[in-house]
Design a protein around this ligand. Sequence first.
Ligand SMILES: *Cc1c(COP(=O)(O)O)cnc(C)c1O
Length: 367
Amino acid sequence: MGASASSPLRAIIDLRALRANFETFRRAAPQSRILAVVKANAYGHGVLPVVRALGAADGFAVARLEEAIELREAGVAQRIVLLEGVFSGAQLRLARAHQLDLVLHDTSQLDMLEADPAGRDELWVKIDTGMSRLGFRPEQLASVQARLRALPQAPSRIRLMSHFARADDDAAMTAEQAQRFAAARRQWVDASGETPEASLANSAGALLWPQATLDWIRPGIGLYGATPSASRAATEFGLTPVMSLHSAVIAIRSVATGESVGYGASWRATRPSRIAIVAAGYADGVPRHLPSGAPVLIEGRRAPLAGRVSMDMIAVDVTELPQATVGSPVVLWGPGLPVDEVAAAAGTIAYELLCGVGRRAVFEYVD
Ligand SMILES: *Cc1c(COP(=O)(O)O)cnc(C)c1O
């Protein structure tokens, strides 16, 4: 990541924690193979170091062709699945040239295969079981199967997949999706006489719904140590944070009772206060909606955010933390302050915070 040496902002990536989290998924689904989901620059962690640390994965999944090509050009030899498939004939040719697995989720992609039947593709046929995002409806499958059968070059391998909408928080809907998927798979088997491998579970599916692990699981967020559950902490699953985001105090000031801090003057001192200014703002990935009172770790102790997050800085009330001084180390999230907790305070999810770490951060990898 681009960053100047002057930046106090550092994202420390613990590759040992990453591998330990990977092993947690192995134990949760010992019969399944693992597609490690590394889209969006490995959820903001830096895709190449993450992929290299996950050499034990059976494959990797990304969202965009460019992400997949970057991995191939870096020498990644494992299976790489394009989770949204290709969007044009030109992309199809590039995907074939790089031996990428394609998710097939829309009839427009069948058109592309028919228009360019020169490749023996590995296809993951995606079935919409309730997410209503990507995938064929079960009633379309017979025609999808017929069109695939009619291709002059049969795909070398077909697998079936679907995606959960609420594996993190809703047992009834998740069970219903799993049932629809099982029914669609039976229908596929009856029509083809072949039993394709199947994949259903993201992190939440893999850790909360063992019956949904099937042949391949697709963990993302849990690999990075954030919780896959809406109600349970990452530690309850034995997951360890991979990223910690560090900065430093760059100024300390005194604020009199009644004076305000920051844009909008949204925080006002109710007592004589000491305020620490920290070099990390929303351009660095600190969510702008983080409210006053949200925790920040300074010198390893929690202190409350005071006022709005600015582009480059935040203010923290350190009245009760006399040891805080210019140069004091700050942790925005990491061990001791789960990214899930910071995300919840900002009304969002850890995924968004991790993906949003800015280009000014210096990334350091610990192994
Ligand atoms: C992003 C993604 C995943 C990983 O989901 P997590 O919740 O991060 O585990 C799995 N499957 C598909 C299709 C995805 O798009």
